[in-house]
Design a protein around this ligand. Structure first.
Ligand SMILES: [Zn+2]
Length: 84
């Protein structure tokens, strides 16, 4: 396992994320049920083993990104979830 995964947002990640969002036109590419279409997150389509390669990143709305269970740790602190 690589320890290169920095916790939290890094400058490089923020830049990568901005590039991916721009590439995808700030539109969610996952389009899951309940999608808000407005991408503010970037989703790792193949999980994190590929790193922050743009080829494996897609723009995603918060809803879809969280729905896929991709807890990347890149985005702002996860909010406590309340089950109901
Ligand atoms: Zn979405």
């Amino acid at each position: 396992m690589s320890k290169s995964w920095a916790k939290g947002s890094t400058r490089a990640w923020r830049r990568t994320r901005a590039q991916v969002l721009a590439r995808d036109g700030h539109r969610c590419q996952l389009k899951l049920p309940g999608c808000t279409t407005v991408a503010t997150h970037v989703h790792h389509v193949r999980g994190k083993q590929h790193g922050d390669d743009e080829a494996y990143l897609v723009a995603s709305c918060e809803h879809c990104n969280l729905s896929t269970g991709d807890v990347s740790g890149h985005d702002p602190a996860p909010e406590p979830r309340t089950r109901w």
